[in-house]
Design a protein. Sequence first.
Length: 88
Amino acid sequence: MANRRDLKKDINYVLGDIIEEVYVRGLENPDKDSKKGEAIIDEAIATFDDLMERVNKRGIENASKHFKQIRTDLEDKGNALLEKVNKL
């Protein structure tokens, strides 16, 4: 169970930090369009919901492989979102 708990924390921290960074950039540059930032936040929330749903799925045959794939997806999606934040 520690694996599942740690994975949930990682998802929360990574996506929460991305959302926080969007807000910080919005405060630093109030003259820029906030629609792009809102879209990134919406995408981060959708990613959070998707990953948490997958983490909480029961009846997995190969749990190790399942959680490893979720970690890989978190890293990929997190990096993609950070690239979008950096372009703001």
